[in-house]
Design a protein around this ligand. Structure first.
Ligand code: ADP
Length: 495
């Protein structure tokens, strides 16, 4: 019997679900993608319907299999990667969610987190490596237990389960057989001690969350169990679960201390592998865990920008001044410079390095001569400036100068953006041939676990160089633009 040669990667993202089938060369055999509804019940709140999440996942799995013309026997393993922090609570017996998924972007617990920041910052940072914020899962779980009728009692009786999206997916795909997560997802809940690698009793008490709600935590590349036969037609092992950003870090093969990447998705996420050392941040970054196949996971330093590619969605769907994300590139190129305009897209506050939940967006520098092109360009440039602020924070914390940055994500296909990023950072950027590094990372982890690849070296031999962007901006112009950005940030934070 020949060994199955493909990995099915399920990438459950913030705005869409994707299924990608990779071959042994790490190339895409087939892909399917489905966007799903974003629910905004009130200002600053963001939810997803759990049925939409599952429905879109099942649909893309089926579509990718049909397109690839494969049968379940061809799939060596399934890998799962997911939007992180997004919180689901469901009934252990029926599988029915008690509330919608509360999305990472949701600010509903921001006021409570302000108190936490005052009283418990030290404790939470020491244990979890995180800055208390509504972004992480803990206060979202607490909100569900406090606000859904009867939820706390049911949870205390052991009747409810909590999961980030990876856990929910594996539970659903196995029809309730798998109740597990991995280190990278657990590390984002604000309930997991990243030093002892255990759920933290003191934090569970602080948030009033019963231990019985929590899944088992494993390395990202593990034998989690098998899919129910109804999913693919026959049971297939699930051999990885990994948070999207750590998946991308692995997908870029940033497996050594000092390796780093930036992903341009809905948000932007700069992650650096720091190996065995948990580097403490003095500059607003968080310390978290990376993907591993066995033993202790590596530590990772991370800076996140809440609104990255999402600013382009806002230009398209909110302002309606572009008709597609792709159009932003041509429009930005049409104007000669930003015309003095800066957009600070602090729609849900500012993330690293500012952590200002109260900040709201601004457009500054508008004159009678400001055109649609200027606003679009300023929107794209805002992505690069925010990333530059995080890069600077990381250089300070890690005590190194970043000399090369691996990039990926949906918005990384915008070459205006990447060139501007390289100019503003004064640093070369490298975009791999396969920019689906999130799905690829989950596939690598699953493939290594199941033995499709012997080791990382075998994977490395399959990687082809992508495109490099090198800085091409006079120093004086860079300084002028960066000081304009700093001024715009100051104005945003005063409001
Ligand atoms: P996620 O996994 O967070 O859902 P993706 O990696 O799929 O995100 O990237 C989607 C984001 O990329 C969207 O916010 C979208 O606006 C942005 N995007 C897509 N194409 C472009 C483009 N050509 N230029 C700029 N942004 C883009």
């Amino acid at each position: 019997m020949t060994m199955s040669k493909y990995i099915l990667s399920v990438d459950q993202g913030t705005t869409s679900s994707r299924a990608i089938i990779f071959n042994k060369r790490g190339r895409i055999k087939s892909m399917a993608q489905r966007e799903f509804k974003q629910i905004y019940p009130q200002a600053g709140w963001v939810e997803h319907s759990p049925q939409d999440i599952m429905g879109s996942v099942m649909a893309v799995i089926a579509e990718a299999m049909v397109r690839a013309e494969l049968s379940p026997e061809d799939i060596a393993a399934v890998g799962v990667t997911n939007q992180r922090e997004t919180t689901l609570v469901w009934d252990k017996r029926t599988g029915k969610p008690v509330y919608n998924a509360i999305v990472w972007q949701c600010r509903r617990t921001a006021d409570y987190c302000e108190q936490l920041k005052k009283n418990c910052s030290g404790l939470i940072y020491e244990k979890t490596g995180l800055i208390p914020d509504a972004y992480f899962s803990a206060t979202k779980i607490k909100w569900i237990l406090d606000n859904v009728a009867g939820a706390r009692e049911r949870a205390q009786e052991g009747g409810l389960l909590f999961g980030t999206v990876d856990t929910f997916l594996m539970w659903q795909l196995s029809k309730g057989k798998i109740f597990a997560t991995d280190y990278t997802n657990a590390a984002r809940t604000m309930l997991f001690n990243i030093h002892t690698l255990e759920w933290d009793e003191e934090l569970l008490k602080l948030f009033g969350i019963p231990r019985s709600m929590l899944p088992e935590v494993k390395p990202s590349g593990s034998n989690f169990g098998v899919t129910h036969k109804s999913v693919l037609g026959a049971p297939v092992p699930i051999c990885s679960a990994v948070g999207d950003q750590q998946a991308a870090l692995f997908g870029q093969l940033c497996t050594q201390a000092g390796d780093l990447k930036n992903t341009y998705g809905t948000g932007c996420f700069l992650l650096m592998n720091t190996g065995e050392k948990a580097v403490k941040s003095n500059n607003g970054l968080v310390t978290t865990l990376g993907a591993t196949l066995y033993g202790k996971p590596p530590y990772v330093l991370e800076g996140s920008v809440f609104v990255g590619g999402a600013v382009v969605q806002w230009l398209r769907d909110g302002l309606k001044i572009i008709s597609s994300a792709d159009e932003s590139e041509a429009l930005a190129r049409k104007v000669d410079g930003n015309g003095g305009v800066y957009v600070v897209p602090a729609f849900t506050g500012l993330g690293a390095p500012w952590w200002d939940g109260a900040a709201r967006g601004t457009i500054t520098g508008i004159t009678r001569g400001t055109s649609r092109g200027h606003i679009v360009r300023a929107g794209l440039e805002s992505i690069a400036y925010q990333v530059a602020d995080v890069v600077q924070a990381m250089e300070k914390d890690a005590g190194i100068k970043i000399t090369r940055l691996a990039v990926d994500g949906g918005a990384s296909k915008n070459e205006f953006l990447l060139q501007f990023q390289s100019d503003i950072l004064n640093c070369p950027l490298v975009r791999p041939e396969v920019v689906e590094t999130t799905a690829l990372g989950a596939a690598y982890l699953a493939g290594l676990t199941v033995g499709l690849w012997k080791n990382e070296d075998e994977i490395k031999s399959t990687v082809r160089e992508g495109r490099e962007f090198t800085p091409d901006m006079p120093e004086e112009e860079r300084r002028r633009l960066l000081s304009g950005w700093k001024r715009a940030i100051r104005q945003t934070r005063i409001l």
